[in-house]
Write a protein that binds this ligand. Structure first.
Ligand SMILES: Cc1cc2nc3c(=O)[nH]c(=O)nc-3n(C[C@H](O)[C@H](O)[C@H](O)COP(=O)(O)OP(=O)(O)OC[C@H]3O[C@@H](n4cnc5c(N)ncnc54)[C@H](O)[C@@H]3O)c2cc1C
Length: 383
């Protein structure tokens, strides 16, 4: 048996955060291995823009893995519904925070995390794709697609992934929505303000995308798969016209759009995040609809809790298994339910539901406590 205690499969943001947290907790370098199927340069060129909460920023900054120079702060979140008056504002000043959250480029985050693991001299192997695991009595044996077998006391699955490419898990819903993403430029920016607008096709989010150029917004436009296909093929002028029709006038005219990408959206989650000597965290445990920007934030909380358990109970696999599942239940359930409900309620054409959602937004705006519950869930999840 080797001295390796923890093998983390997937050096994306969640797997890397776990490695950094374990090291911070005193796990020796030679007890830890990270493997990843793709080259670092691939991850570092991923253009996806991701909203992270203030709590996630705090964690990543502490771990020396926060892309400080490029993160664009969000100080106000404006939530509205197309064709209805209801709207609600969530303001940083209500929570006494420097920002409600930040928008970062996945590639910049990957670079910061790779820099932090390299600085600590951690054992990171790429490309190395996990094919298969087998838990034996005192260890887990790991078969790789592209190298000799490895063994470890624990294997953590942080292989992440996108809904359309994952094997189906026990909790699954296809929303029949596709997100079109890209960076747009607007005529009348509102500094540090993010917009989440619910339309009958799905939510449309515009997030401040650049720290020093407020005219750049990250677009996540959830539409039917057919509309997404058609819109992706439109020329720039027609695309921006349709976007204006969907979003309205709050940011003035749309002046341009960069490269567009599409992502099929669904919920794909497992009930058993902990098995004997094996754990699943991040998107390997749950892939969510991107509404309200919850996926990576939730994954980082998975990593935080698991690191604490492994540091404290490294020689007690049964305890780790039982406590991890229990410790993640409330936060996972609340976040899964929120991101599962929002895109369906707002996309429903049933009249009673349509009437209720305008009322729901007005309610959120009028009743402070309800807005705070939503804001807190978005900022820090359930602890
Ligand atoms: C359009 C869109 C918008 C989003 N917006 C937000 C947002 O605003 N806020 C937010 O919090 N989240 C958002 N998300 C979700 C977020 O991108 C994910 O939750 C996050 O990337 C998950 O991180 P991860 O480390 O678990 O997985 P990943 O980022 O997928 O990383 C997994 C890593 O594992 C590696 N890997 C895969 N298979 C293997 C294998 N067999 N062996 C070894 N390595 C392997 C991969 O190469 C990769 O490096 C969004 C997602 C989409 C699609």
């Amino acid at each position: 048996m080797s001295s390796r205690r923890v093998l983390i499969s997937g050096a994306g943001p969640v797997g890397s955060a776990l490695a950094l947290l374990l090291t911070e907790g005193g796990t020796p370098r030679d007890a830890l291995t990270l493997i990843d199927a793709r080259a670092a340069a691939d991850a570092e060129s991923d253009p996806r823009l991701i909203a992270l909460s203030e709590a996630s920023r705090g964690l990543l900054e502490r771990l020396g893995a926060w892309p400080m120079d490029s993160a664009a702060p969000i100080q106000t979140i404006h939530v509205s519904q197309r064709g209805r008056f209801g709207r609600t504002l969530i303001e940083r000043s209500d929570y006494d925070l420097a920002a409600l959250g930040y928008v970062v480029r996945y590639g910049e985050l990957a670079r910061a995390m790779n820099g932090a693991t390299a600085k600590l001299g951690l054992d990171v192997r790429r490309p190395a794709r996990l094919l298969h695991c087998e838990a034996l009595s005192g260890e887990v044996q790991v078969t790789l697609a592209d190298g000799p077998d490895l063994d470890a006391a624990y294997v953590v699955h942080a292989e992440g992934g996108l809904f359309e490419r994952q094997s189906p898990l026990s909790i699954r819903r296809d929303y029949r929505q596709t997100a079109i993403t890209g960076v747009v430029r607007v005529a009348h920016p509102r500094v540090a303000t993010a917009f989440e607008r619910f339309t009958e096709e799905g939510p449309l989010a515009l997030l401040p995308a650049h720290r020093s150029d407020p005219s750049q917004y990250a677009l996540v436009w959830c539409c039917t798969p057919e509309a997404a296909l058609r819109r992706s093929g439109l020329d720039e002028a027609r695309f921006l016209e349709e976007l204006h029709a969907g979003f309205g006038d709050r940011l003035g005219r749309f002046l341009g759009v960069g490269e567009r990408a599409t992502f099929a959206l669904g919920l794909n989650a497992r009930e058993d995040v902990a098995r004997f000597r094996e754990f699943a965290i991040g998107n390997a445990a749950q892939t969510l609809h991107p509404v309200a920007g919850q996926g990576l934030n939730l994954g980082l909380r998975d990593a935080f809790i698991l690191a604490g358990l492994l540091v404290e109970h490294l020689d007690a696999p049964l305890t780790c298994m039982q406590r991890f599942g229990a410790a993640r239940r409330l936060d996972r359930t609340a976040t899964l339910n929120l991101t599962d409900l929002l895109p369906r309620v707002f996309a429903s054409k049933l009249l009673p539901v349509a009437a209720l959602r305008g009322a729901a937004l007005a309610f959120l705006d009028l009743v402070g406590p309800a807005r705070h519950v939503l804001a807190r869930q978005m900022m820090q999840g359930q602890r």
